[in-house]
Design a protein around this ligand. Structure first.
Ligand code: SF4
Length: 468
């Protein structure tokens, strides 16, 4: 996927005027947050589960090397192979080499954000292997030459008419506005692909050190067909998704389903433990796990370590007012919303993604719903500080912050400035009590009136003993 994060502002402006997108985002806001809230309300121990999940993830990250090596040992014992890949390029090359070994012409793919991260589809296509997405949302996007805008609902930016149009164009069948008809159509188109693919590639929501197993969760069952029908199964996943035991995995599955879609449990939870054994009725003959680092090991022990707790549930973006207004494509790369605003600068550089951590109101909603309590606003603030200290922020921001710092360090001056600004704003607002236009604040006043300050400054009230 091309990096388009430096164009965040322009992308957001276009998104705000895109009627279709706004309609689709309206559905998102009405859907996932309500379902999550209901699922949480049905589970009195949810907060305790979050604490346990957070502590367990911290423990895993402190012992990451041990669990990864244990996982590798068990995969090998089960007859599989583990490939360690430091960069996207290493991972793509490793996957292509495996495909070439079995002379693969087509691969079916289950949904995997890591494969988006390493740009796998483009790489395979350029090297003569056709990738076929089998998750319904991903399949629709592939037909459109489009990319995911959400980590669990990749085609959330589309409406039913968009799907009907692209199916009509590519499948040469009559248009339909019935989701069941469209789904059946996709099923028929994919059936043959499942049966004839040489290799199946899936991601892994988690992988288990004690058994050498990987697990995918889906609501469609497409991942099961992807991993069991072809002769070779390749799992591509990132290193932080390891969990020590099967029991630990179930803790995260409970948190994941409720936080993501408001389900008690995802419909299909499918474990893969090595290739087919003697007596097994189905399953691949070859089992490979490609472990992608891509900057994650550098995050261990750094101020961004907490981000590695992420279980990719998407609750933060489902509740984020910025994501809800501009959608995932505005973020310009694979991971959108608050989690993307922390992760993306690490992967593509703060010089390319500096606008993302700045596109936050710091309302804190993301942190309040994150099942593993990642302090997303704090981590975004780290990026802002980093951007500032490396002189990457725009001049206007630097001057503004410099000016503010000058006054903030001189309390007497600060008090004079704040009380005179208070007076100026009240005079500018006049009897209406609202300001229509304000120099240097057009980003606010172009869209809404600014309310005038209600009275005295905080310091004046504090001194006079008022707390309101
Ligand atoms: S940061 Fe938290 S809320 Fe966001 S996707 Fe990751 S686990 Fe879910």
């Amino acid at each position: 996927m091309q990096i388009n994060s430096p164009a965040f502002k322009e992308n957001a402006r276009i998104a705000l005027h895109d009627v279709n997108l706004q309609k689709a985002l309206g559905n998102l806001k009405a859907g996932f947050p309500t379902k999550r809230a209901a699922a949480v309300a049905r589970m009195p121990e949810f907060e305790q589960l979050r604490d346990e999940g957070t502590a367990l993830k911290n423990h895993i990250l402190e012992n990451l090397d041990i669990y990864l090596e244990q996982f590798e040992e068990n995969v090998v014992k089960n007859g599989g192979h583990v490939h360690w890949c430091r960069t996207s390029k290493d991972a793509c090359k490793t996957i292509l080499d495996i495909c070439k070994e079995v002379d693969a012409k087509t691969v079916t793919k289950g949904k995997s954000m890591v494969s988006e991260e390493i740009n796998l589809n483009d790489y395979l296509e350029k090297n003569g292997v056709e990738p076929i997405e089998t998750d319904l949302g991903e399949y629709i996007l592939q037909l459109r030459g489009d990319h995911p805008s959400h980590i669990i609902a990749p085609a959330i930016h589309l409406n039913l008419e968009d799907v009907s149009d692209i199916f009509h164009e590519k499948h040469h069948r009559p248009k339909s506005s019935d989701p069941a008809v469209l789904m059946q159509e996709a099923r028929e188109m994919l059936r043959q692909k499942f049966a004839s693919a040489d290799v199946g590639i899936t991601g892994a929501n988690f992988f288990v050190a004690e058994t050498g197993s990987t697990i995918i969760v889906t609501n469609e069952g497409n991942g099961d067909l992807t991993q069991t029908l072809p002769k070779t199964h390749i799992v591509v996943t990132s290193i932080e998704k390891v969990v020590p035991t099967l029991e630990d995995m179930t803790l995260f599955l409970r948190l994941l389903a409720r936080s993501a879609t408001g389900q008690e449990f995802t419909v299909y939870n499918t474990l893969s433990t090595g290739p087919r054994r003697a007596g097994d009725q189905d399953g691949p003959e070859n089992f490979h796990v490609v472990l992608v680092d891509n900057g994650r090991s550098e995050m261990v022990g750094s101020e961004f370590q907490e981000m590695l707790r992420c279980i990719r549930c998407s609750a933060c973006m489902n509740h984020c007012p910025v994501y809800g207004a501009v959608g995932g494509h505005s973020y310009g790369w694979v991971y959108p919303g608050p989690m993307g605003s922390v992760l993306t600068p690490k992967m593509i550089g703060i010089e390319n993604a500096g606008l993302l951590p700045n596109a936050s109101t710091f309302c804190g909603k993301c942190e309040s719903v994150c099942p593993v309590r990642i302090p997303l606003p704090k981590l975004m603030r780290h990026w802002r500080e980093d951007e500032f200290s490396r002189h990457l922020s725009p001049k206007a921001v630097r001057w503004g912050l410099g000016g503010w710092a000058f006054f903030a360090k001189r309390p007497a001056l600060y008090r004079i400035l704040s009380s005179s600004s208070n007076l100026f704003l009240r005079l500018a607002a006049g009897k209406k009590g609202r300001i229509k236009k304000l120099p240097l604040a057009s980003g606010w006043t172009n869209w809404r009136d600014m309310p005038a300050p209600s009275g005295k400054t905080f310091m004046q009230q504090y001194k006079s003993g008022k707390k309101d």
